[in-house]
Design a protein around this ligand. Structure first.
Ligand SMILES: Cc1ncc(COP(=O)(O)O)c(C=O)c1O
Length: 431
């Protein structure tokens, strides 16, 4: 099984032509968003701030949702389908009997999986006649992906970027600007949410929850603007299922099937996109084990399963999620895209039902970046700091197999590259 294959390719144009909506197959209904009672009704503002098509997908229980041909063209342009690699050199270096396979989302024009939903959302926004997008970003990967997508479909864009990362990723900031984006460190003086926080601390490091509030507030004040979210919501995970659908086809091509599926998880778009297409097998008792790799700085899947806000300023309805609390202070890390207080409702339900395990790595990130160094030296690809968590988790699992002698097949997703994150590697590894 698997033979000597080193890379599994799907021909251009032969990737999935529909997204997979796991909501149709969930063992229990997904708890719907709700309003906090008493309080300002927030559910009714959703159609005002979210794209109509995305909201339709958000509430859909249709198992397969066709990908419009124009979005399939954009996926082709962005280099889909992407190869699945067998990590033979890494296996050899570790001396493990496990077989390791990784999906290469780092082959992306802007550096990560985030383009999969950015292209879809930007295209829907242009179709709906909007002129400007607003958004949040943590690692900067989502902000760049949406700036790229906006540029391709001819829209303007404003990005609110968590200050703790904005300040050290100067080249990524310039990359966004090159696409025509207006970029603000968040909290920013542009919004009431930002101004209030800056009064308490002029150098406030920010958080994804705060940046979401700023993006929402901005879009609500301009009828030509629409807000796009880079993670958490059902439709975002839906668009990302192209990753797992391709991976499944690639495993089928070589007659393999994973025993373990691993990826990093911040809000959950990458983990969901990679893992959800394998989930129905798990519902039928035949599926792999799923492990989400997180940071001890934000181990949201180890929080409590309850209704909470998706943003700091409480502009969103409440979602049923594993959460640390929407105003929780979390120390910035180099893999800051993982520093979000809650996990996507779909993944939270699946964790609640026992389908997803989680591991949280120490916030000094030494273990994670050392594992990434091992990966770079054997496979040659530089993971984004967030993706280094997937790599670390896969290597740890492979080393466990070395102890037990198990020949497990381990699949992991390298959600992005780290070419613009070298300062993070330097500061943690002392290069
Ligand atoms: C490369 C990369 N992977 C993973 C993540 C985590 O986000 P999510 O859980 O939505 O995939 C981020 C977030 O910025 C990222 O940049």
């Amino acid at each position: 099984m698997g033979g000597d294959v080193l890379a599994v390719h799907l021909p251009p144009g032969e990737g999935p032509d529909r997204w997979y909506n796991v909501v149709a197959d969930l063992p229990e209904p997904l708890p719907p968003p709700r309003d906090l009672e008493p309080g300002e009704p927030r559910l009714k503002m959703l159609p005002e701030v979210l794209l109509k098509e995305c909201l339709r997908q958000e509430n859909s229980d249709q198992r397969w949702i066709p990908i419009p041909p124009e979005i399939r063209d954009l996926y082709l342009q962005a280099g889909r389908p992407r190869p699945l690699f067998r990590a033979r050199r890494l296996e050899k270096r570790l001396g493990t009997p496990a077989r390791l396979y990784y999906k290469s989302e780092f082959y992306s024009p802007t550096g990560s999986h985030k383009v999969n939903t950015a292209l879809a959302q930007a295209w829907y926004a242009a179709e709906a006649g909007f002129e400007r997008l607003t958004t949040e970003t943590g690692a900067g990967q989502w902000g760049t992906a949406l700036s790229y997508a906006a540029s391709l479909v001819g829209l303007k864009i404003t990005v609110y970027w968590v200050r703790a990362v904005h300040d050290w990723k100067t080249d990524r900031r310039n990359f966004m600007r090159l696409f025509g984006a207006e970029v603000h460190a968040s909290p920013s003086p542009e919004t009431k949410t930002g101004r209030d926080l800056l009064k308490t601390d002029a150098r406030h490091p920010g958080s994804l929850g705060i940046a979401v509030s700023e993006g929402l507030e901005d879009a609500r004040g301009d009828e030509k603007a629409v807000y796009c979210l880079g993670s958490v919501l059902n439709h975002v995970l839906l668009h990302q299922t192209v990753i797992g659908l391709e991976t499944k086809m690639q495993f089928e091509q070589i007659g393999e099937y994973p025993d373990v599926v691993i990826s990093c998880l911040g809000g959950g778009s990458n983990f969901g996109g990679f893992a959800l297409p394998f989930m129905p097998d798990a519902f039928h008792g035949k599926g792999p084990r799923f492990i989400a790799a997180q940071s001890e700085a934000a181990p949201n899947l180890q929080g409590t399963y309850e209704y909470d806000f998706a943003d700091h300023a409480e502009l969103t309805p409440q979602l049923k999620m594993y959460t640390l609390g929407h105003r929780k202070t979390m120390k910035p890390i180099r893999g800051d895209g993982l520093r979000y207080h809650a996990a996507a409702p779909i993944l939270s339900l699946l964790r609640h039902l026992g389908y997803i395990d989680t591991v949280a790595y120490p916030a000094d990130e030494k273990h994670v970046f050392e594992r990434a160094r091992t990966f770079v030296q054997s496979e040659g690809f530089l993971p984004a700091p967030e993706s280094a968590y997937s790599v670390a988790c896969a290597i740890d699992e492979a080393l466990r197999c070395k102890e037990t002698g198990e020949r497990k097949t381990i699949a992991f997703n390298v959600s992005g590259h780290g070419f613009m994150d070298m300062e993070g590697y330097r500061s943690v590894l002392g290069l």
